[in-house]
Write a protein that binds this ligand. Structure first.
Ligand code: ATP
Ligand code: MG
Length: 468
């Protein structure tokens, strides 16, 4: 077992917990919340979720070698390892991460929130910083009250930067994440109508995202999307140093002369003060240039040189199911954006598809955008209208709002032969297969697939993907 990095007294100090039983000189190697993943020497934190309760797995955790347990309720049978009792284990998990962060005074924490583009910006800024520094970053999409502490807890003295994504669906969550991470550099990528269900309206989203800037220390730096009026509004109320990015000539970090490189990504001119250079990024669509500017702004705030910012952005590699171009059988080009969807990311994806070459057919396959609350019908209607307006060769939709979306497309002039809704995803797979067989879809044609995570839209193209 590696040396413990947590002493029991630190755990008690960080969480304000009560020591129930066990050896007082105990030490822990890691903090773990998944009993299946416990390794010898870990402190197991029993979280209570909607469908699971970590307290049911205390014995399993001990069996796997847990050296201590952090709980909300007394175990029925006292285990042979130290037990710490707290009022709220989720809160305690955050407290542990905050404590660990406080032990790293030289660490620079870089944090981003926003309606879309958080993970992309996180990967871009990490790609820039990793060239010269030791970087700890959020794994995947671990951006909530569980994921952010788990991302931050492994921080070590040798890390120069921690790059952390912050997500939310309730007011107050970003404030708490900000308190835990204590960022030095913070960015709100944009404020759009995502996750409305818990937040009533877009102003509620703006207030919730604004909690990030509001929680930054006086000497911290704010990276501001100058093209987004709600982000501008949030920044206006803050007095920390600001670095702006966007298309506006007033921005400190500007992106000019955007050009699509087709499936290879985007080219643009990056301008920071008197430094100007052409950059190719492997992300598709104009919104990814915006994401690159956000990352460049954060890197600039961290003191990274212009040439390293350019080289870092060029080394960024996009990841699965986010506007990823893949080949389907029959030589069809799939733009796989099945990872998630909200109104603005669907519009960004449609715009990206529209900008692909003009010689091939373009078909749009959509699933429901979830979590939009009272805006659901209007948002789906709006997307239907936009698809019709932009003039695609096919629109196939599945989900509870499929009929709503397609009816709006019909109303906006798209023919019933081109725009269709289906009850099941398999029907769309069958349609694709038949269209390839009948020669309606030919090599080089484009198919965009997008929907909210809960729709699991990737299953539509799963059987049609060519093994690479
Ligand atoms: P999540 O809330 O699921 O964590 P996220 O904010 O981390 O999402 P990404 O994973 O980077 O966002 O991107 C998700 C999708 O949002 C992308 O596939 C793309 O379609 C869209 N998107 C990314 N950046 C932007 C942007 N700046 N503006 C609009 N849409 C964007
Ligand atoms: Mg994300």
């Amino acid at each position: 077992m590696q040396n413990p990095i947590w002493t029991l007294s630190q755990v008690l100090l960080a969480t304000g917990g009560r020591f129930l039983a066990g050896r007082t000189e105990a030490g822990f190697r890691r903090v773990c919340t998944d009993s299946r993943a416990v390794e010898p020497g870990d402190l197991f934190v029993a979280l209570r979720g909607e469908t699971f309760d970590g307290h049911a797995y205390l014995a399993q955790a001990v069996e796997k070698g847990a050296a201590g347990l952090l709980v909300e309720t007394m175990p029925e049978k006292m285990p042979p390892v130290p037990v710490v009792l707290v009022a709220d284990t989720l809160r305690a998990l955050g407290d542990l991460a905050a404590y660990r962060r406080s032990l790293m005074p030289d660490l620079q924490v870089v944090a981003m929130t926003g309606s879309c583009g958080k993970t992309t910006v996180k990967e871009m800024i990490a790609a820039i910083l990793e060239r010269e520094y030791n970087v700890l970053k959020t794994k995947g999409n671990f951006n909530n009250l569980i994921g952010l502490p788990l991302s931050l807890l492994p921080v070590e003295l040798h890390h120069d930067f921690a790059v952390l994504e912050m997500g939310m669906n309730q007011p107050g969550e970003i404030a708490r994440l900000t308190e835990i991470a204590d960022p030095d550099i913070a960015c709100i990528t944009n404020v759009q109508d995502a996750h409305l269900a818990g937040l009533s309206d877009i102003n509620g989203v703006a207030r919730a995202k604004g909690e990030l800037f509001a929680g930054i220390k006086a000497w911290g730096k704010l990276v501001v999307n100058i093209d987004d009026k709600r982000v501008r509004g949030i920044a206006r109320r803050c007095s920390q140093k600001k670095i702006t990015f966007g298309r506006s000539p007033k921005a400190d970090i500007r992106g000019l002369r955007l050009r699509s490189l087709g499936e290879r990504g985007m080219a643009f001119t990056l301008k920071i003060g008197s430094n100007v250079g052409r950059v190719n990024i492997r992300g598709l669509g104009a919104h990814n240039v915006q994401n690159a500017l956000a990352a460049a702004g954060m890197a600039h705030a961290a003191g990274v040189k212009f040439k390293d910012i350019v080289a870092g952005l060029e080394s960024f590699a996009p990841f699965e199911k986010r506007l990823q171009v893949q080949k389907l059988s029959g030589g069809i080009r799939l733009v796989n954006d099945a990872y998630n969807a909200n109104p603005s990311s669907v519009l960004a994806a449609l715009d990206t598809l529209r900008q692909m070459d003009r010689t091939h057919k373009k078909v749009v396959i959509l699933g429901d955008m979830l979590e939009l609350g009272a805006q659901s019908v209007a948002s789906h209607q709006d997307i239907g209208k936009q698809v019709a307006r932009l003039g695609f060769d096919g629109l196939l939709v599945v989900g509870d709002f499929a009929e709503t979306l397609v009816s709006a497309a019909w109303k906006a002039g798209m023919s019933k032969k081109k725009a269709m809704f289906f009850a099941k995803k398999e029907q769309i797979t069958d349609w694709l297969r038949e269209s390839i067989d009948a020669g309606f879809l030919r090599p080089g044609d484009w198919v965009l697939v997008k929907g909210s995570r809960g729709m699991r839209m990737e299953t539509i193209t799963h059987d049609l993907l060519e093994k690479q």
